[in-house]
Design a protein around this ligand. Sequence first.
Ligand SMILES: [Zn+2]
Ligand SMILES: [Zn+2]
Length: 132
Amino acid sequence: MNYETLLKQHQLKITPQRIGILNMMHSAGHITIENLFEEIKKQFSSISLATLYKNINSMLDSSLITEVKAPNYKTHYEITKTPHAHFVCTSCGEHKDVEFDMSNLCKNLVDESTYEVAKTSVIVSGLCPDCK
Ligand SMILES: [Zn+2]
Ligand SMILES: [Zn+2]
């Protein structure tokens, strides 16, 4: 993945820190800000938590990254992909992408209500194969 292009597409300034953040997010899949901070400090020792938050927020605002909020877990961040659901292991906390067609779900919801859907989030929790 070319992170410079990705940042440019989202009208964000290209900085080595941002590229580092995206790299780590990509290899982790889903990562909390605390874990991201631990990792990023190894590469950019002078970065502060406030700076990391600022970068995360501007990437969230431009939808380059997405937040995943599972009940009882800290917010995880991922690079925005096609809409998908998440399986969260209640034992080890693993966040896993699950392919899921949200369009039917949204269609049913819209049929039933007068709301206009802006965002959909599907979290399924249970035990992963390693914790079963
Ligand atoms: Zn597990
Ligand atoms: Zn995901």
